[in-house]
Design a protein around this ligand. Structure first.
Ligand code: KMT
Ligand code: NI
Length: 172
Protein backbone atom coordinates (compact mmCIF):
# COMPACT_ATOMS: atom_id res chain seq x y z
CA UNK A 1 0.00 0.00 0.00
CA UNK A 2 1.17 3.57 -0.49
CA UNK A 3 2.42 5.49 2.51
CA UNK A 4 -0.47 7.93 2.83
CA UNK A 5 -2.95 5.10 2.99
CA UNK A 6 -0.69 3.24 5.40
CA UNK A 7 -0.38 6.26 7.69
CA UNK A 8 -4.12 6.62 7.81
CA UNK A 9 -4.68 2.97 8.47
CA UNK A 10 -2.24 2.93 11.36
CA UNK A 11 -3.26 6.26 12.84
CA UNK A 12 -4.53 5.94 16.38
CA UNK A 13 -5.91 9.46 16.40
CA UNK A 14 -8.29 10.14 13.58
CA UNK A 15 -10.02 13.46 13.04
CA UNK A 16 -12.91 13.57 15.48
CA UNK A 17 -11.64 10.53 17.35
CA UNK A 18 -12.79 10.71 20.95
CA UNK A 19 -13.22 8.60 24.04
CA UNK A 20 -16.74 7.27 24.15
CA UNK A 21 -18.49 5.21 26.78
CA UNK A 22 -19.98 1.76 26.42
CA UNK A 23 -23.30 3.51 26.94
CA UNK A 24 -22.79 5.68 23.86
CA UNK A 25 -21.75 2.63 21.87
CA UNK A 26 -24.88 0.81 23.05
CA UNK A 27 -27.02 3.75 21.87
CA UNK A 28 -25.43 3.27 18.46
CA UNK A 29 -26.31 -0.42 18.67
CA UNK A 30 -22.70 -1.51 19.25
CA UNK A 31 -22.17 -4.08 22.00
CA UNK A 32 -18.70 -4.55 23.45
CA UNK A 33 -17.48 -6.89 26.18
CA UNK A 34 -14.02 -7.54 27.54
CA UNK A 35 -12.48 -10.22 29.73
CA UNK A 36 -13.90 -13.28 27.96
CA UNK A 37 -11.38 -15.94 28.93
CA UNK A 38 -11.06 -18.06 25.82
CA UNK A 39 -13.33 -20.28 23.78
CA UNK A 40 -14.49 -22.24 26.82
CA UNK A 41 -15.67 -19.20 28.78
CA UNK A 42 -19.38 -19.72 29.66
CA UNK A 43 -19.98 -16.03 28.86
CA UNK A 44 -19.31 -16.82 25.22
CA UNK A 45 -21.82 -19.70 25.29
CA UNK A 46 -24.33 -17.41 26.98
CA UNK A 47 -24.00 -14.76 24.26
CA UNK A 48 -24.26 -17.44 21.56
CA UNK A 49 -27.39 -18.92 23.13
CA UNK A 50 -29.08 -15.58 23.79
CA UNK A 51 -28.44 -14.24 20.29
CA UNK A 52 -28.82 -17.45 18.32
CA UNK A 53 -25.29 -17.62 16.95
CA UNK A 54 -24.96 -21.09 15.48
CA UNK A 55 -21.91 -20.64 13.24
CA UNK A 56 -18.33 -19.97 14.32
CA UNK A 57 -14.99 -19.99 12.58
CA UNK A 58 -11.61 -18.41 13.22
CA UNK A 59 -9.84 -15.88 11.02
CA UNK A 60 -6.18 -15.01 11.48
CA UNK A 61 -5.20 -11.72 9.91
CA UNK A 62 -1.47 -11.32 9.41
CA UNK A 63 0.67 -10.73 6.31
CA UNK A 64 2.03 -14.27 6.30
CA UNK A 65 -1.10 -16.08 7.49
CA UNK A 66 -4.00 -14.57 5.55
CA UNK A 67 -3.88 -15.22 1.80
CA UNK A 68 -4.11 -11.96 -0.16
CA UNK A 69 -3.52 -9.95 3.03
CA UNK A 70 -2.94 -6.58 1.33
CA UNK A 71 -6.18 -6.65 -0.65
CA UNK A 72 -8.19 -8.07 2.25
CA UNK A 73 -6.99 -5.41 4.66
CA UNK A 74 -7.82 -2.72 2.09
CA UNK A 75 -11.32 -4.07 1.74
CA UNK A 76 -11.80 -4.34 5.54
CA UNK A 77 -10.76 -0.68 5.81
CA UNK A 78 -13.22 0.62 3.23
CA UNK A 79 -16.23 2.12 4.93
CA UNK A 80 -19.07 -0.37 4.54
CA UNK A 81 -22.17 -1.99 5.97
CA UNK A 82 -23.42 -5.56 6.11
CA UNK A 83 -26.95 -6.88 5.85
CA UNK A 84 -26.41 -8.80 9.10
CA UNK A 85 -24.60 -8.19 12.38
CA UNK A 86 -20.81 -8.39 12.41
CA UNK A 87 -19.73 -10.38 15.46
CA UNK A 88 -16.10 -10.85 16.42
CA UNK A 89 -14.39 -12.33 19.49
CA UNK A 90 -10.69 -11.48 19.71
CA UNK A 91 -8.69 -14.54 20.76
CA UNK A 92 -5.18 -13.15 20.24
CA UNK A 93 -3.59 -9.98 18.97
CA UNK A 94 -5.16 -6.55 18.50
CA UNK A 95 -7.00 -4.41 16.00
CA UNK A 96 -9.42 -1.53 15.61
CA UNK A 97 -13.00 -1.29 14.53
CA UNK A 98 -14.06 2.24 13.58
CA UNK A 99 -17.78 2.99 13.64
CA UNK A 100 -19.64 6.18 12.75
CA UNK A 101 -21.12 8.13 15.67
CA UNK A 102 -24.24 10.28 15.88
CA UNK A 103 -22.57 13.11 13.95
CA UNK A 104 -20.98 10.82 11.40
CA UNK A 105 -17.64 11.09 13.24
CA UNK A 106 -15.37 8.09 13.51
CA UNK A 107 -15.29 6.29 16.84
CA UNK A 108 -12.32 3.96 17.21
CA UNK A 109 -12.80 0.77 19.26
CA UNK A 110 -9.73 -1.22 20.14
CA UNK A 111 -10.03 -4.99 20.19
CA UNK A 112 -7.62 -7.05 22.25
CA UNK A 113 -7.57 -10.62 23.51
CA UNK A 114 -10.77 -11.39 25.41
CA UNK A 115 -12.83 -8.63 23.77
CA UNK A 116 -16.01 -9.26 21.87
CA UNK A 117 -17.84 -6.81 19.65
CA UNK A 118 -21.20 -6.90 17.92
CA UNK A 119 -21.89 -4.34 15.21
CA UNK A 120 -25.54 -4.00 14.22
CA UNK A 121 -26.77 -4.53 10.68
CA UNK A 122 -26.43 -1.36 8.64
CA UNK A 123 -23.86 0.55 10.73
CA UNK A 124 -21.07 2.21 8.75
CA UNK A 125 -17.77 0.77 9.91
CA UNK A 126 -14.31 -0.41 8.93
CA UNK A 127 -11.56 -2.54 10.43
CA UNK A 128 -7.81 -2.21 10.58
CA UNK A 129 -4.93 -4.01 12.21
CA UNK A 130 -2.54 -1.84 14.23
CA UNK A 131 1.21 -1.71 13.60
CA UNK A 132 1.59 -5.29 14.85
CA UNK A 133 -0.48 -6.57 11.91
CA UNK A 134 -1.81 -9.55 13.84
CA UNK A 135 -5.24 -10.54 15.10
CA UNK A 136 -6.87 -13.93 15.55
CA UNK A 137 -10.62 -13.64 15.89
CA UNK A 138 -13.64 -15.88 16.09
CA UNK A 139 -16.40 -14.91 13.67
CA UNK A 140 -19.94 -15.77 14.71
CA UNK A 141 -23.16 -15.77 12.72
CA UNK A 142 -26.79 -16.87 12.78
CA UNK A 143 -26.98 -19.70 10.24
CA UNK A 144 -24.90 -19.81 7.07
CA UNK A 145 -22.46 -16.89 7.13
CA UNK A 146 -22.54 -14.05 4.63
CA UNK A 147 -19.59 -11.68 4.93
CA UNK A 148 -20.38 -9.40 1.94
CA UNK A 149 -19.53 -5.74 2.49
CA UNK A 150 -21.53 -2.96 0.82
CA UNK A 151 -19.32 0.08 0.51
CA UNK A 152 -20.70 3.44 1.54
CA UNK A 153 -19.59 5.10 -1.69
CA UNK A 154 -21.36 2.43 -3.73
CA UNK A 155 -24.80 2.20 -2.12
CA UNK A 156 -27.79 4.51 -2.28
CA UNK A 157 -28.47 4.74 1.41
CA UNK A 158 -32.04 6.02 1.05
CA UNK A 159 -32.93 2.89 -0.90
CA UNK A 160 -30.88 0.46 1.15
CA UNK A 161 -33.12 -1.55 3.51
CA UNK A 162 -30.36 -2.42 6.00
CA UNK A 163 -29.14 1.15 6.19
CA UNK A 164 -32.68 2.49 6.56
CA UNK A 165 -33.40 -0.03 9.31
CA UNK A 166 -30.27 1.12 11.15
CA UNK A 167 -31.13 4.82 10.75
CA UNK A 168 -34.70 4.29 11.98
CA UNK A 169 -33.66 2.12 14.93
CA UNK A 170 -30.64 4.06 16.20
CA UNK A 171 -30.31 7.50 14.62
CA UNK A 172 -33.84 8.93 14.80
C1 KMT B 1 -14.06 -7.98 8.86
O1 KMT B 1 -15.09 -8.44 8.36
O2 KMT B 1 -13.82 -6.77 8.91
C2 KMT B 1 -13.12 -8.92 9.40
O3 KMT B 1 -13.38 -10.08 9.44
C3 KMT B 1 -11.84 -8.42 9.87
C4 KMT B 1 -11.88 -8.18 11.30
S1 KMT B 1 -11.83 -9.63 12.30
C5 KMT B 1 -11.25 -8.99 13.81
NI1 NI C 1 -17.54 -5.28 8.17
Amino acid sequence: MDSEEGDQRLSHKLAGDSDVSLDTLAKLGVLHWSGIAGEEDPKLDQIKAERGYTYTDVITIAPTLLPDFENKIKSFFREHIHYDEEIRYCMEGTGYFDVRGFNDEWIRIQLEAGDMIILPEGIYHRFTCDDKDFIKAMRLFVGEPIWSPYNRDEIDERKNASRQKYVETFLQ
